[in-house]
Design a protein around this ligand. Sequence first.
Ligand code: HEM
Ligand code: HEM
Ligand code: SF4
Ligand code: SF4
Length: 437
Amino acid sequence: MAKHPTPMLDELEKGPWPSFVSDIKQEAEARAKNEKGLDYQIPVDCPEDLLGVLELTYHDQETHWKHGGIVGVFGYGGGVIGRYCDQPQQFPGVAHFHTVRVNQPSGKYYTTDYLRSICDLWDLRGSGLTNMHGSTGDIVLLGTTTPQLEEIFYELTHNLNTDLGGSGSNLRTPAACLGKSRCEYACYDSQLLCHTLTNEYQDELHRPAFPYKFKFKFDACPNGCVAAIARSDFSVIGMWKDDIKIDQEKVKAYVGGEFAPNAGAHSGRDWGKFDIEAEVVDRCPTSCMSWDGSTLKIDNSECVRCMHCINVMPRALKIGDETGASICCGAKAPILDGAQMGSLLVPFIPVEEPFDEIKEVIENIWDWWMEEGKNRERLGETMKRMGFQKLLEVTGIDAIPQHVSEPRNNPYIFFKEEEVPGGWTRDIADYRSRHQR
Ligand code: HEM
Ligand code: HEM
Ligand code: SF4
Ligand code: SF4
């Protein structure tokens, strides 16, 4: 018998999609039975009280979490999102309901042994509820009490060899697409870069030293499977410099219908016979492809590496051999001054261990933004306020046409004094000697 009636939530047990309500109820039951005989360190009915307070929220259409919450572990300035219920008498099981961010492996590959050990820890010291994973990438352990935080941290570090993730005005947990582990489009090892930079910048991740949050994300090609360009202040996106590799025999196999276009992604509907002209050549954004009925040609000097043709004919077309990445900066959500996607800063950078070129760009940006960024101002906003030119100067990058989608069309152009013959110091009397009032 459930602790609280939940008529509205019960509705969400209907339908085909996996129901979070059914799952939470299942966990509530498992805790009530306690077949392993655990000495639960937080209230056994925590999941039931969570359903209770959620039902109340559905009824009131208002959240029932108090404002904020500052908790954590010694040595770190972030990693735990403190949270308290605003109806603690009615729902004592969630009076404290803190979230622990745990750093996930790049690409989120697990062994069952590892996941079991996390679950064993969380069953005992937490609610038994999780988020796999937070949008930034962390394993999110949802709901525990303050006294358990150090206990969890001790077990995570000593037994599971695992650290917390980031929160606050610092480097947040970096994340990568699965990259070379199982994608033939990967232009660099996004998991390795993610893992290496996460380790390199542990201090910046655990102890907030920035004007605001800062995120890294790593996509190994422009398809953007981890959405670096939209969800990270510093986005590294795989790229190649040389030619797309074409296997003409396999192109013919696509045209002949032997291979399904887009690896069969549109097989749920009849789109007719594959038409290489209509589906590839005519869709190339720069019109740099041609098909004469037997040979596919690409003018690579005009190719913008959009991925379309490769995505449609993965067996016939391959990324080039001279691979690396582009770096884009400044993506952020709307608060305060409007949403931004990353703006191209470095068109091409080599991505090889120990990644010194990339670290140099990162550290030059941090040196600047840490001094000049205003309180709670994202990098993207600092770029808007101080100008893209400033970002180029501090990173030592020369301006090139690739830095803009179009040149400015207003003429409010600043010149540096040293660029202008004669400088800014002028004498009006000298002017009057030639021009009477
Ligand atoms: C109560 C908890 C949270 C609050 C109050 C919060 C607040 C915010 C705010 C204010 C922004 C916009 C930042 C800006 O535009 O400058 C943001 C963005 C974001 N947050 Fe959270 N957040 C919370 C929890 C989380 C969690 C648990 C995750 C994932 C682990 C997460 C991931 C993100 C992502 C991916 C973005 C968008 C990308 C970006 O602009 O950084 N947030 N959050
Ligand atoms: C060497 C000659 C001229 C110079 C250097 C000059 C310069 C300027 C400047 C700097 C502005 C202000 C722009 C702004 O703040 O957006 C302006 C505005 C304006 N000028 Fe001239 N101007 C010249 C001749 C003329 C002439 C001959 C006319 C009319 C026959 C004229 C009509 C206007 C008007 C109507 C505006 C206001 C436009 C607006 O604000 O939208 N100007 N001018
Ligand atoms: S971003 Fe590109 S390389 Fe990475 S998984 Fe997606 S398609 Fe593959
Ligand atoms: S990658 Fe894009 S731009 Fe380049 S040839 Fe293919 S479709 Fe055209």
